[in-house]
Design a binder for this molecule. Sequence first.
Ligand code: ADP
Length: 374
Amino acid sequence: MNRHNSVSPQQEDTFYHSLVANASAAMQVLDKKGRIRYDNPAFALLTGYTNEETNGKRAIAFVHPEDRRLVFTCITEFIASGEKTSAPVEFRVQHRNGNWTWVESTAVNLIDDPQVQGIFMNHHDINLGKKRSTELRKINESLHKRASVLAESNSELERFALVSSHDLQEPLRMVTGFLHLLKKRYGDQLDSTAQQYISFAVDGSDRMKKMINDLLGYSRIGTNQEETSSIDLNILLAEVTELFRETISKNGAQIESGHLPVVYGKKTQLQQVFQNLLSNALKYRSVRPLQVRINCTEEAQQWKIEFSDNGIGIDPKFKEKIFVIFQRLHSKSHYSGNGIGLAVSKKIIEQHGGNIWVESEPGNGSSFYFTIAR
Ligand code: ADP
């Protein structure tokens, strides 16, 4: 207030009284024993009691029973400290209709001020913020619960896949062994149809063996004990490209790459991802001369690696399906494979904290992307 000399003490009183009466913060003056001497209208709104009704009552009576000890301790320690203003404290105040409101309150010690001789309390309504943070906490808790239920069922499934694929190996070895014996010992006594049946059965059991091995490999990704190390992806790509040297030169494929980063991860696993993506680009080529481009983009928290090819492409409606174990879009007679490569890559990338996806159009090549922490 711009005080003018002409303002009388009475006018000044009215001025301050009007300020307090119209303040949106709830204010009170308590005596030394914590009894209410004055409430402003904002406090009356908070509790539903008029100043006349609260006058002389103990202020703590309006505080939630669970918060009383905290409020009492804070106020007593504050008065004993000799400080002028207290640290803010949060507690609940009850309305006469039974509802509770969260407030954040500070106290000003004016006991020695002859004009006041009491403690001036300032309460701010923080109900909305508290409600939101309680809701957020509840959402968080339920998310955590769901995540741990999922993690539990996931690892149960993994144990199941590991145990069953391991256990299936033995009977399969028996079937294959006896089929071979049958062919060797009685092959010349069987007619050509019987021989063909045996070779179908051998073929089937070989395929099953391969699938069981793939499943075992897939299940074991989670149990890989390999240490995390820093990996130069330029070197990794060169090593993987070397593995496919023959196929690359036979098909006149062009493999180009931008500069790739050094990342932290499990080397054999990331090598596996590079190998799967590159071998797919080589396998699913079109009649055009094959071009594969490997690029990296820097993002806020991660690197985005891109493997693009100009091959046969993928119908977008299958962009999720191709990452599911044993799911393929072609018959074995057209393209060899078991449908495990992308499922393995997805599992590895997710275990490195990233994502993997594809963008493609049939006939227009495919771009596989994965992210990895920087
Ligand atoms: P596989 O190659 O053994 O079938 P993958 O899991 O590696 O298994 O791939 C799953 C399917 O995704 C493939 O059958 C193929 O249809 C499709 N696919 C993967 N990579 C490409 C690519 N670069 N271009 C076109 N199709 C692809």
